[in-house]
Structures are given as structure tokens and as C-alpha cells.
Design a protein around this ligand. Structure first.
Ligand code: DON
Length: 574
């Protein structure tokens, strides 16, 4: 065993020295990635949307019924989620999207937040040098410069058919007319009530009548409606400059933050080449850095490509998947960060040869203790992000994961805007070797710097097979990666959209060296066999809610399903 591990380290060193370090510093112009070979020679003729909230799903379908395409629908879904599911995402946060246009053009849209120019590490340290978790997670110092409004304007300008304001119209209407908050939003506000109470504009918005909203009562968001109207009328400038830009900067600075008008004006959406991995006849198109998700999914699939999982019993199949997860997570935080700032050995991490070396270290029926694999990271999950999937009648596809980071983001609402700011600064490695809210220990590659994007786990993905297409993603902090991987494998096993989202999940992230499992993920025999192989199994809840749309190319039929773990979700085809 030891011999094999030493061999692996040697292989790694060889690959590092022989591979060309990779940095994608493409400017924010659409890359010419249109590929007729990726175009699908048929159109569904109908559309499907799956999101975590029925208002948002209906908004996407409404915009497509009015002549919009999947990307206009994505704007409608995202902006509606900003109103009805603010605990998970919003225009004060960011998103990452993998899109496939019917003509074969495929691109990753990175609307991730960035650090303000005056980012100051001492803000995240107490006087005694210990991490200041409060500043990292709550209030304006925890907030990165939002990317979502720029990303929505970008989608409309480059990929949509409708004016931005038309795609924002359903969200604005719902914000003005009101909606009934679901139990999860009420719980999120209740959970974060103490922090919300620190900021008068947050109290005014989230504690009407000085208490969290009550189930069944209509709730309105007129300030955010106005902010969305300005975005719709003026595009980028309607949020990052003028009235909204000024209000955001004034509110942040008045509450002890350090944003400037220049931080907002200089925000740029980035288009990047997605990561593509071929696996057993499927082409998986997924998220590149500044997400770690696609790299990890690709590494895991490359390891698994050496086995025929369909021939194995559940215990041995699970064993190999866990060992691949363990090895990918061991790697991922050591190397990855914002590709505009760090050089990363992506050629190595994505190489089938590298995966083959890792595969040789996996014993057929015994767990490898993480302590026997060099390097160390530790991660813990959370469940407050959101993913939605869209396919339109022409075969345009959008797979989008959005976040404000922790539940209710920073809890800070910028007065007069209705905008709840994210707390994404905590996704940087703010203090070396000290974990963030998900237990992540970052490396220098993810140290904060002015204008830099913080590393994400978001893994929006599209899977193309000979007969089927699947649009898959999930929330879940670090567990996003493993949940998306399991969704991809379930899709490849032939499960329908409802089967994929309902499937019980498990997760291993190298450290802590244990398998987190959803109750019922393994039958008694499989759990027993895994325990005998040396695994520690731990039941855990909750798990991320996945929203999946599939396209059966033979029947030319769409199928959409929302995760049963989320009561307000809706997958719908029309
Ligand atoms: O970008 C990231 O990886 C995190 N900010 C996502 C946070 C998350 O998924 C929380 N829970 N679902």
C-alpha cells in the first residue's frame, strides 16, 4: 500500500513538472465556442423548468410563453428567486451558469462576487489573532461585490431574445403584489433573527411588525421591485451606477464596510470555457474555476472510468465512488482559486493519466484512511444556495446555481434598495489554516485580493448522452460536488428526473474521514459491508435540493422534477 502511495506521489510530481500551468484570463467577451458538433439535430418543441420555488418556475414558463428563450427564462427564474427565496440567492449575490445554445455554443458564465479593492485581512482577525467569524459572515464586511445583476444583464444582452425588463417583469410583479413566504424562508429568518436585528433596513424588511413573517400572510418587497425596475431599464448601469449604486455604497460604508463606487462600476462578468469530461459515452459539461466543483467531478469521473460500476454490488460500487471522492477532495482546495489570479495545474487534475495513478491506490474492498493520503483539508456542508434547470422548445439549455452563501447571506439589507447582501467573503481563505463556515481550509490560491473571485463549490452541469440530455445541479456547500456527481451517475443509470432528485445521497470529503449519508441511503447489507471495509458511516440531514430537467431524444420529450426535500419546489413542462 505504502509503495503504491509513494508511486502516486512520484506520478503527481512528474505530471506537475510536465504539465503547462493553466490560467484562463479571458476578458469578459463571449468566447467563440460555437460548435456545430455539439448542436443537437432536433428541437423539443416544448419547454421545461425545475426550480426550488413554484413562483420562479412559473415565471420562467411565463416568459417563454411570451416568446422568450431558456436564457430569458433563466433571468425570470433567478430574479423571482431573489424575491421568494432570498435565504438562498438574490441580486445581492452571485451565480455560475453552464449554458448550451441550440446552435452548439457552450459557455460558462461566471457572475461570482468579487472582493472590494480595499479588502483588508485584519478586518477578519480579532486583536488576539484569532479569526473574527462575525465579520466574515455577518454585515457589510462579509459581502463581496454582487455579480448576479450583471450576470442577468449579460444573459439578456448576449443570449436572450427579450428586453431585460420583460424578463424581470414577473419578479417585479410578485414583489409588488406580494406572496406567501414558505416555511423554509420563515425558518431562515427566525434562525438569523439576532443578526438581522443589528441592521435597521434588515429589520424593516424581514421582521415586519418586529417579528418574522407569519405563514399564510402576504409579504411584499417594494424596494427590491424598484431596484429590479432600474436594472431592467438601464441594464448594468441601473444597478452598479446611479441611484442603486449610490445607495449600496452609502449603506455599506455607513455600517462599517468599505465598498466604493469604483468597486461596483468595475465589476465584470466573465465567460470561461466549461470543463468537459467524456465518461462512458456521455459528455459532461460543467463548471471550471473559480468553482472547484467541475474539476472535482471530472477527477472523480476519470477515476471511475476505469471500472464498470454496473457490474458491482451496491457496497463495492459505493466503495469505489467514495474512494474517488476522497481523492478528488484531497486535491481540490490545495490548488484552486480565481483563474484570473492563480495558475492551476488543471492539465494534471483533469488528466486521465493522473486519474489512472490515483485509481492504482484504491484497494478493491478496503477503505483507504485519509491519513494515508498526503495533504489535508476539512469541510462541512450547509444547505442555503439554489439551483435551477431550463430547456426551451428550441433546445437551448441553462444550468444555473446561485447563492448568497450562508442562510440569509450577510443579513444586511442596503437601505432603500431591498437588496440583501451576500456573505461570500467567507468563501475566501481569510485566515490561513482556519476553517470557513463549511469547514473549508483554503490555500494561498484562495487568499483574498482586490477584485478577486472567492472559490466556489457550485457545479451547474449538463450531461449529453446518445439518447438523453440531463440538466443537473444542487446547493449544499462542499456537498454540492458529490450530490451533483451522484445525480450525474443516476442520470447515466437511466433514472428519470423524479428518480434523480429523490435518490438518497452520501458524501465523503477526505477530511473528516467519514461517509455522511442520508437516512436510507444504504440498505442494511450494504451499510454492513461498507463498515467491514473500514468506513465510518454517519447519518446526516438536510441534503441539497436538486432541480433537474431531462430531454429524452428518442421520444423527444422533456421531463422536469424538483427535489421532494423542498416543499415549494416545482418541476414543470409546458
Ligand atoms: O459558492 C459556494 O460554494 C458557497 N457559497 C455555496 C454555499 C452553499 O451551497 C450553502 N448551502 N447550500
Amino acid at each position: 500500500m505504502k509503495h503504491l502511495l509513494n508511486w502516486r506521489v512520484t506520478l503527481l510530481a512528474l505530471l506537475v513538472s510536465s504539465s503547462v500551468a493553466y490560467a484562463d484570463s479571458r476578458p469578459s467577451a463571449p468566447p467563440a465556442a460555437t460548435s456545430p458538433t455539439h448542436a443537437i439535430a432536433q428541437r423539443p418543441g416544448h419547454a421545461g423548468v425545475a426550480s426550488a420555488n413554484f413562483h420562479a418556475t412559473e415565471a420562467g414558463l411565463e416568459v417563454m410563453a411570451k416568446g422568450g428563450n431558456a436564457f430569458d427564462a433563466a433571468i425570470a427564474v433567478a430574479s423571482t428567486l431573489s424575491i421568494v427565496e432570498p435565504e438562498s440567492s438574490g441580486i445581492g449575490g452571485g451565480f455560475m451558469a453552464v449554458i448550451h445554445r441550440a446552435d452548439g455554443h457552450e459557455v460558462f458564465i461566471d457572475a461570482r462576487e468579487t472582493a472590494p479593492a480595499s479588502v483588508n485581512l485584519s478586518d477578519y482577525l480579532n486583536k488576539d489573532g484569532t479569526p473574527n467569524r462575525d465579520n466574515a459572515l455577518n454585515g457589510p464586511l462579509s459581502a463581496g461585490i454582487p455579480g448576479e445583476p450583471a450576470g442577468l444583464a449579460w444573459l439578456a444582452a448576449h443570449y436572450g431574445k427579450l428586453p431585460l425588463k420583460d424578463s424581470l417583469a414577473p419578479a417585479i410583479r410578485i414583489a409588488r403584489d406580494g406572496f406567501k413566504p414558505d416555511g423554509r424562508l420563515i425558518n431562515a429568518i427566525t434562525e438569523r433573527e439576532n443578526e438581522i436585528r443589528r441592521w435597521p433596513a434588515s429589520v424593516a424588511k424581514y421582521l415586519p411588525g418586529d417579528k418574522p413573517p407569519v405563514a399564510g400572510e402576504v409579504w411584499r418587497d417594494p424596494d427590491q421591485a424598484h431596484t429590479l425596475e432600474l436594472l431592467g431599464e438601464h441594464g448594468f448601469d441601473g444597478f452598479y451606477r446611479g441611484e442603486t449604486g449610490k445607495k449600496l455604497v452609502d449603506a455599506v460604508r455607513a455600517a462599517g464596510g468599505n465598498w466604493t463606487a469604483k468597486d461596483l462600476e468595475s465589476y465584470q462578468v466573465k465567460e470561461r470555457t466549461p470543463i468537459t469530461v467524456d465518461y462512458r459515452g456521455y459528455r459532461v459539461v460543467t463548471a471550471p474555476p473559480a468553482s472547484s466543483g467541475g474539476v472535482a467531478v471530472a477527477e472523480i469521473l476519470n477515476i471511475l472510468a476505469g471500472y464498470d460500476l454496473t457490474r458491482l454490488d451496491d457496497a463495492h460500487r459505493t466503495h469505489l465512488v467514495i474512494e474517488a471522492m476522497r481523492r478528488a477532495f484531497r486535491d481540490h482546495n490545495d490548488y484552486l482559486g480565481d483563474p484570473d489570479f492563480v495558475k492551476m495545474p488543471l492539465d494534471m487534475l483533469l488528466s486521465p493519466y493522473y486519474a489512472a495513478g490515483l485509481r492504482m491506490t484504491i484497494l478493491p474492498d478496503k477503505a483507504t484512511p485519509s491519513s494515508m493520503l498526503p495533504a489535508s483539508i476539512g469541510v462541512d456542508p450547509g444547505m442555503h444556495t439554489t439551483h435551477f434547470s431550463v430547456i426551451d422548445k428550441d433546445g437551448n439549455i441553462a444550468s444555473i446555481t446561485l447563492t448568497v452563501n450562508y442562510t440569509m447571506g450577510s443579513t444586511f439589507v442596503a437601505a432603500g434598495t431591498g437588496v440583501l447582501l451576500n456573505d461570500e467573503m467567507d468563501d475566501f481563505a481569510l485566515v490561513p489554516n482556519k476553517p470557513n463556515v463549511y469547514g473549508l481550509l483554503g490555500s494561498a490560491a484562495n487568499a483574498p485580493a482586490p477584485g478577486k473571485r472567492m472559490l466556489s463549490s457550485m457545479t451547474p452541469s449538463i450531461v449529453f448522452g446518445a439518447d438523453r440530455v440531463g440538466v443537473i445541479g444542487s446547493p449544499g456547500g462542499s456537498t454540492i460536488i458529490t450530490q451533483v456527481l451522484e445525480g450525474i451517475l443516476a442520470f447515466m443509470d437511466g433514472k428519470d428526473a423524479a428518480g434523480i432528485v429523490a435518490q438518497k445521497r452520501f458524501h465523503h470529503q477526505y477530511m473528516p474521514d467519514r461517509v455522511d449519508m442520508e437516512p436510507g441511503a444504504f440498505d442494511a447489507g450494504t451499510a454492513d459491508a461498507l463498515t467491514r471495509m473500514g468506513y465510518t458511516l454517519k447519518e446526516r440531514n438536510p441534503w441539497g435540493y436538486m432541480n433537474v430537467v431531462t430531454w429524452d431524444l428518442k421520444a423527444n420529450k422533456l421531463d422536469a422534477a424538483s427535489d421532494p426535500r423542498r416543499e415549494s419546489g416545482l418541476g414543470k413542462v409546458q
